[in-house]
Design a protein around this ligand. Structure first.
Ligand code: COA
Length: 260
């Protein structure tokens, strides 16, 4: 697929995905969502891609939400279909099995905040702003905001954001646990890449199973989640990577993981 609204650039194992509609503050119209679906599939399935960084073009916005022009035309059934489609794309990213980091360079509103929340880690520029302003438009979050926001920050704070529709700045987003780190705008991409490359230096099978256990475990009873964790722990004991990681520690040398 040739992208019209995304830049997709793989450098040394990292897919840099830039949502590229800066004149519309990178709002997610149907074409962006379709192209993001393709990008998520590529991240999940292309062996040379080991992880991804998502960001927005320009200095003003990560993503300022779903495209309000598209939403204005929808009826109940295509509205539901649009929500399901967007949710599926974000879920594909979240369960792609490789680490995905959002580098949030400006407004992350509505679908933009939801896209960032589907990534595994969020690093924000000091200039970033976050919010779920949907109720101000007479709609409610539709790309997972009502589900992922309370899981990340707790029900009370999530409801405060969703019911007020108000924006918060990067420091407040950090304080409530919505983002993992806040950095100067000029450092944003370098810090996201440094963080991702740090993760990519770990055992990739261990990273994959840790992502899966946290993702699945949140919807399980504690006992079922603990069993899943124990199964992963045992499964990793069958990998060359585990033997290499433990041997490297004992031999006081850096590990050489192969993902096997
Ligand atoms: N959908 C479609 N277009 C959008 C958009 C969105 N979610 N957000 C911004 N744009 C467009 C604007 O319409 C404008 O287009 P134009 O130049 O053709 O008129 C352009 O992006 C620039 O936005 P503008 O509003 O002029 O910038 P601003 O700096 O004055 O305000 C925001 C920035 C983010 C506060 C404002 O754009 C905004 O409130 N956007 C909507 C946020 C939202 O409600 N998102 C959730 C949608 S469900």
């Amino acid at each position: 697929m040739t992208y019209q609204t995304l830049l997709f650039d793989v450098r040394d194992g990292v897919a840099f995905v830039t949502i590229n509609r800066p004149d519309k503050l990178n709002a997610l119209n149907d074409q962006v969502v379709e192209e993001l679906a393709d990008a998520a599939e590529r991240i999940a399935t292309e062996p040379p891609v080991k992880g991804a960084i998502l960001t927005g073009a320009g200095t003003k916005a990560f993503v300022a939400g779903a495209d309000i022009g598209d939403l204005a035309k929808q009826g109940p059934f295509d509205g539901k279909a649009r929500a399901l489609r967007g949710q599926a794309v974000l879920r594909r990213l979240e369960t792609c099995g490789k680490p995905v980091i959002a580098a949030i360079n400006g407004y992350a509103l509505g679908g933009g905040c939801e896209l960032a929340m589907a990534c595994h880690l969020r690093i924000a520029s000091e200039t970033a702003k976050f919010g779920q302003p949907e109720v101000k438009l007479g709609i409610a979050p539709g790309y997972g905001g009502t589900q992922r926001l309370p899981r990340l920050v707790g029900k009370g704070v999530a409801l405060q954001l969703i019911l007020s529709g108000e924006m918060i700045d990067a420091r407040e987003a950090h304080r409530i646990g919505l983002v993992n780190a806040v950095v100067a705008p000029a450092q944003l991409l370098a810090e996201a890449e440094r963080t991702l490359r740090g993760i990519l230096a770990m055992g990739p099978l261990a990273v994959r199973l840790a992502l899966e256990a946290v993702d699945r475990g949140l919807d399980m009873t504690l006992d079922d989640g603990l069993l899943l964790e124990a199964n992963h722990f045992g499964l990793l004991a069958a990998t060359r990577d585990m033997k290499e990681g433990l041997a490297a520690f004992l031999e006081k040398r850096p590990p050489r993981f192969e993902g096997r």
